[in-house]
Design a protein around this ligand. Structure first.
Ligand code: ASP
Ligand code: MG
Length: 259
């Protein structure tokens, strides 16, 4: 099951994700893949740009990223479970702050640094969502996507070595028991340098896992009710379509339909 950024955009949406995962977890062995919380990747990108320009404003944006994650933790975790997840989140946020400070000093965002920076979103959402699921009684093994998905070093749009990745995924999953949680979007090169699969890459992470594990199904969840007759933001009378063939949806996608 893959959940994108807008599906985990706020506490209410996350509750819905928890419900879906909980329901499915009774009947299936699950691998849950999630993106960064809504718009966090864009904010990280902006942070890098500001810091790279020597603009102190990046600190304000960092603060926003921190507030967003901490707010979600405070809203969703029972008080007695907050301290350990807050500690993990703080550790990552501190590292993020250091990286941004480094960019600020160097006044340049190198491609490798850029990937490292953008990857914080999925690392943060991964910690929060997997421990939330554990707190809610769905036992999740949080796996490090960088140990599962192996790529070259084309930063920003790394190319996956499928053979090696499938072998790693299979061997790691052979050793774990129960459900797994894998952050989307991030990967690593053979020498361990963090890479990303390109913007929107969490779908690809989920597809790679599904293929490697011969999953019965891959579900890409989103926060709209289906494919509609038109973009509902532009056409208020748009209706959800009852049925759509693979050929039709493929044709739509070739012509740029975003759904
Ligand atoms: N968080 C990444 C992005 O915004 C990956 C994804 O959402 O699929 O591009
Ligand atoms: Mg997406």
């Amino acid at each position: 099951l893959k959940f994108g950024g807008s599906s985990v955009g706020n506490a209410e949406r996350i509750e819905q994700v928890i419900r879906i995962v909980k329901n499915e977890s009774v009947r299936h062995q699950l691998v849950v893949v999630a993106s960064a919380f809504g718009k966090v990747t864009n904010k990280l990108e902006q942070c890098g740009q500001l810091a790279g320009n020597g603009d102190y404003e990046y600190e304000k944006l960092l603060k926003k990223i921190e507030t967003l994650h901490m707010g979600i933790v405070r809203e969703l975790f029972p008080l007695q479970n907050q301290s350990s997840v807050i500690a993990d989140v703080k550790l990552l946020l501190n590292e993020l702050e250091d990286i941004c400070h480094g960019i600020f000093l160097l006044k340049e965002v190198f491609p490798r640094t850029h990937d490292y920076l953008l990857g914080f979103g999925e690392r943060l959402s991964g910690i929060i969502l997997s421990s939330l699921l554990n707190t809610r009684g769905v036992k999740m093994n949080l796996l490090d996507a960088r140990k599962l998905i192996l790529t070259d070093e084309t930063y920003g749009n790394a190319q996956v070595n499928k053979e090696e990745s499938y072998a790693r995924i299979q061997s790691v999953f052979n050793r774990i028991d129960g459900h797994a949680f894998v952050p989307g979007f991030i990967a690593a090169s053979p020498s361990g340098k963090m890479t990303t699969l390109g913007r929107g890459g969490s779908d690809y992470t989920a597809a790679l896992l599904a293929a490697a594990l011969h999953a019965d199904a891959l579900e890409i969840w989103t926060d709209v009710d289906g494919v509609m007759t038109a973009d509902p933001r532009m056409v208020s009378q748009a209706l959800p379509l009852q049925k759509l063939s693979y050929e039709e949806i493929m044709e739509l996608s070739h012509f740029g339909a975003k759904v």
